[in-house]
Design a protein around this ligand. Structure first.
Ligand code: NAP
Ligand code: F7E
Length: 337
C-alpha cells in the first residue's frame, strides 16, 4: 500500500521539491494551498496535471494555516501517514514589518497542525520546518542541536515557539514529531525576495540589458548556503527514523553575502562593484551576523551529507536565471561545463 503525505506550504520552494521527491518514492501526496488572487501553484503545476489518463500525483486542498478548523478538516479528510509542516511567512525582513501575521502562520500555524495530529486516532509522523535563524546571536560556532537559541527577529521567535511546541507534543502525547533545523538552502525556485535569488536574477537581467544596477542591503552577513533538493531528502529521512528527534541540516561552510555577489557576477565576466549599490533601508533592525551549521548528528543517524558546494550552487542558479531571460549560459566559459 502506498503511503500518504500531507504537505503544508506545498507551493513554496521546499514544498515543490518535497512533493516531487515523495511522488517519485510512490507516495500519494496532498498539499494545503491558500486562496490567492493570483496563480500561486506555478512551482507544482506539473504535478497537478493528469499523466497518461491517470489521476494527478498531487491533490490540493484549500486551507490557511491560521485557520485551525481548516487544518483539522484537511487532516481528517486526507488521513496522512506523514505531515510536513512547511507553511510559513518565511521572509525574515518582512517579519519586522508584519510580526502578527508572521506569528499567526509561523508560530500558531504549527500549533494548529500539532493539535490536528493530537486529535487523530491513527499514527502520524510530523516534520516541523525549523530554521538556523533560531540561533540568532550565536552562542557557539558551529551551531548544532545543543546550541541555545537566541532569536533576532519576529520570524525567528515564531520558529522557536514552533520548535518548543513540537518537542512538547512529542514528550506529552508521544507524537512522532521531529524538528529539522535547516540552514539556508537555495535553488532556481527560491523566492525572488531572498538575497541569493535576487542576486542571480539581477545578474541575468544585467547581462540581458534589462537593467544596469542591483540594490542590496547588508553585504557582510555570513550564511551557510546549501542546495534545496538535497535538504528536502533530509526531511523525509528524519520521518523514517524509529524515534523522533531534532536534526541540524547544513553544509558546514559559511560565506559572506558579498562573496555570493562577487561569485555570481564573476561567472558572467563582470566585476560586481560596477553594478551593486547599497541602500540602508534594506538593512534589518537586528541582523544575524554569521551562521555555520554542524550536521554531524544527521550524518551519523541517516547518512545525510550535502553534495552541492557554494560555487556549484551559485553556478546553477546563475545559469537557470540566464536561461529564463533567454541567454545561453554556455557562452560564458565558467558556466559552459
Ligand atoms: P517559501 O518558499 O516562502 O514557502 C512558504 C510556503 O508557505 C508557501 O507555500 C506559502 O504559500 C505557504 N504559506 C504562507 N502563509 C500561509 C498560510 N497562512 N496558510 C497556508 N500556507 C501558507 O519557503 P521555503 O523556502 O520553501 O521554506 C519552507 C519552510 O522551511 C518554511 O517554513 C521556512 O520558514 C522554513 N525554512 C526555510 C529555509 C530556507 O532556507 N529556504 C531554511 C530554514 C527553514 P503561498 O505560495 O501562497 O505564499
Ligand atoms: O537574507 C542579507 C540579509 O533574506 C540573507 C529564509 O529562508 O534563511 C532565509 O532567511 C542575508 C541577510 O535570508 C539583501 O540582511 C543583503 O543577512 O536571503 P535572506 P535569511 O534572512 O537568511 C533562513 C534559514 C530562514 O529560515 C528564512 O525562512 O542577506 N541581505 N541584501 C539581503 N537580504 C534580502 N532578502 N534582500 C536584500 O536585498
Amino acid at each position: 500500500m502506498s503511503r500518504t503525505a500531507l504537505i503544508t506550504g506545498i507551493t513554496g520552494q521546499d514544498g515543490s521539491y518535497l512533493a516531487e521527491f515523495l511522488v517519485a518514492k510512490g507516495y500519494r501526496v496532498h498539499g494545503v494551498v491558500r486562496r490567492t488572487s493570483v496563480h500561486s501553484t506555478g512551482r507544482i503545476d506539473h504535478l497537478l496535471r493528469e499523466r497518461d489518463g491517470a489521476i494527478p500525483p498531487v491533490e490540493t486542498h484549500i486551507g490557511d494555516l491560521t485557520d485551525p478548523f481548516a487544518v483539522h478538516r484537511i487532516v481528517q479528510r486526507v488521513r496522512p501517514d506523514e505531515i510536513y509542516n512547511l507553511a510559513a511567512q518565511s521572509h525574515v525582513g518582512v517579519s519586522f514589518e508584519a510580526p502578527l501575521p508572521t506569528a499567526s502562520v509561523t508560530a500558531l500555524g504549527a500549533l494548529h497542525v500539532l493539535e490536528a495530529v493530537r486529535a487523530t486516532d491513527w499514527p502520524i509522523r510530523l516534520y516541523q520546518a525549523g530554521s538556523s535563524e533560531m540561533f540568532g546571536t550565536v552562542r557557539e560556532t558551529p551551531q548544532s542541536e545543543t546550541t541555545p537559541f537566541a532569536p533576532r527577529s519576529p520570524y525567528a521567535v515564531a520558529k522557536v515557539f514552533a520548535h518548543h511546541m513540537t518537542v512538547h507534543y512529542r514528550d506529552a502525547y508521544g507524537i512522532h514529531a521531529s524538528n529539522g533545523i535547516l540552514f539556508n538552502h537555495e535553488s532556481p525556485r527560491r523566492g525572488e525576495q531572498f538575497v541569493t535569488r535576487k542576486v542571480t536574477k539581477g545578474v541575468a537581467e544585467i547581462v540581458a540589458g534589462r537593467r544596469s544596477t542591483l540594490t542590496l542591503g547588508n553585504l557582510t552577513a555570513r550564511r551557510d548556503w546549501g542546495y534545496a533538493p538535497e535538504y528536502v531528502e533530509a526531511m523525509w529521512q528524519m520521518l523514517q527514523q524509529p524515534v523522533a528527534d531534532d536534526f541540524v541540516i547544513a553544509t558546514g561552510e559559511t560565506h559572506a553575502v558579498e562573496e555570493w555577489v562577487a561569485t555570481a557576477f564573476s561567472l558572467v565576466g563582470l566585476d560586481w562593484r560596477g553594478f551593486v549599490v547599497t541602500d540602508e533601508r534594506l538593512r534589518r533592525p537586528t541582523e544575524v551576523d554569521s551562521l555555520r551549521g554542524d550536521a554531524r548528528k544527521a550524518e551519523a543517524a541517516f547518512g545525510w551529507r550535502p553534495r552541492t558546494g557554494f560555487h556549484g550552487l551559485v553556478k546553477l542558479m546563475v545559469a537557470a536565471d540566464l536561461r529564463r531571460v533567454g541567454v545561453d549560459p554556455s557562452q560564458f566559459p565558467e558556466l559552459a561545463s
